[in-house]
Design a protein around this ligand. Structure first.
Ligand code: NDP
Length: 398
């Protein structure tokens, strides 16, 4: 990761939020509302939820509100009438927005849709607080190359990566043996394969510890999310893929660990509340006052850990294999997963068909020689589209 400089506490930080109306966006808005003097909201960007965007823009005193869905512009304009907040919509408007002057851009769009705007937001001297994991899963090499070329700062919002970032000694990379990401195991951690065959979207959407958007919650239930996070960690930290490990830890108190060659294991702990890692990115290298529930270890009593079961959770296996393959397999992995998760949520396929669909599509694309490394964002988006079409076909004919 690029070297990070101190942020002035005196001048308000100009901030652009991509994916403002989502789960990460709302946690972020809560922090900004509690510290109004520290932030100047240049723009809030969402997809189509005009009402939520307009209401957030009013309460945060944003200068502009932008929707990716051009068809919602009139609705947004009506909602913001008389406020002085500028309204715009459409892909070009989103890309124009990230060009505006701002010290900090938060990338919290869900899915591969975040790729273009977040990449475009990388500018010299800027801090990018990244939640959108697809930027690293689908285009990790290209994304990190742009961070290095521009000298932008990249800070990880995802709780596991933020935890690792807090205990990863960048000047002691050669002393590091292992980087460990913890996983809650999701709602089906103790389910047999037979029990998983009949689970419903409602059950899968009930995450035991974290309150998140729908896609990441289903990805947590299949453990694909942990696979994505291993791929993210591979790009964020200077380690080999065989130095990355996953540890199931149902209490979600320990978020990430780094093991050093003297046997020391450094960890970051905290309540499962995204406001802690988000605030870390906002205030870095300082800390903000955050009203999260304090982790009371005496009250918690026991912390448990277990190895992940790749047989019951094949999505994690597929993600680990796709990272090892060193080509564009993660792009297809993500695109197939987006379609499979949507299809599960709309009742078209069962829970176990999510990894089954992904595996079939990855094998087909590999057989056609389509999984060589991507050299441009256009390559990534072409493979993303092709994979979505193939997966939708599988869903509709399967
Ligand atoms: P949500 O589904 O809750 O929110 C997604 C946000 O993205 C919404 O603001 C949505 O707008 C916006 N959006 C979707 N498509 C577009 C588009 N084409 N252009 C502009 N905005 C768009 O997602 P989460 O907040 O849960 O997750 C966001 C990202 O952060 C994901 O990549 C996720 O994996 C990652 N992440 C999330 C965590 C969490 O705790 N939720 C933890 C760690 C990482 P609209 O409301 O209008 O649809």
């Amino acid at each position: 990761m690029a070297a990070v400089t101190a942020t002035s506490v005196d001048a308000p930080i100009r901030i652009i939020v991509l994916g403002a109306t989502g789960s990460v966006g709302k946690s972020l808005a809560d922090l900004i509302e509690r510290n109004p003097d520290q932030f100047d909201v240049v723009a809030l960007v969402a997809n189509q939820n005009a009402a939520a965007l307009a209401s957030m823009a009013r309460s945060l005193g944003a200068k502009s509100a932008v929707l990716a869905d051009a068809g919602r512009l009139n609705e947004l304009r009506d909602l913001l009438q008389g406020t002085g907040i500028e309204a715009s919509a459409g892909e070009a408007a989103v890309l124009e927005t990230v060009e505006r002057e701002a010290e900090l851009v938060v990338g919290a769009i869900v899915g591969a849709a975040g790729l273009k705007p977040t990449m475009a937001a990388i500018k010299p001297g800027r801090r990018i607080a990244l939640a959108n994991k697809e930027c690293l899963v689908c285009a990790g090499d290209l994304f990190m190359a742009k961070i290095r070329e521009t000298g932008a700062e990249l800070l990880p919002v995802d709780s596991e990566h933020n935890a690792i970032f807090q205990v990863f000694e960048n000047d002691q990379v050669d002393q590091i043996e292992k980087v460990i990401l913890t996983a809650s195991g999701g709602p089906f951690r103790t389910f047999s394969k037979l029990e998983m065959a009949t689970v419903t979207p409602e059950q899968a959407l009930k995450h035991p510890n974290w309150d998140m958007g729908a896609r990441i919650t289903i990805d947590s239930a299949t453990m694909m999310n942990k696979g994505f996070e291993v791929i993210e960690a591979f790009h964020l930290f200077p380690v080999r893929h065989d130095q990355l490990d996953v540890l199931v830890h149902p209490q979600s108190a320990v978020h990430g660990l780094v093991q050093y060659k003297d046997g020391s294991l450094l960890a970051q702990l905290g309540s499962p509340d995204m406001r802690t890692p988000i605030s870390h990115c906002l205030a870095f290298p300082r800390r903000m006052e955050v009203p999260v529930k304090r982790l009371n270890l005496a009250e918690l009593g026991t912390l448990t850990f277990e190895a992940p079961d790749l047989d019951r959770f094949p999505a994690l296996r597929l993600a680990l294999e796709s990272l090892k393959s060193a080509g564009a397999a993660p792009v297809a992995l993500n695109a197939a997963d987006e379609i499979a998760v949507e299809s599960f949520l709309s009742g078209k396929i069962g829970f176990q068909a999510i990894p089954a669909a992904i595996e079939t599509i990855l094998e087909a694309l590999d057989g056609e020689g389509r999984l060589g490394a991507s050299t441009s964002i256009a390559d990534v988006l072409a493979l993303d589209l092709e994979t979505r079409q193939k997966t939708a076909e599988w869903v509709n004919t399967g």
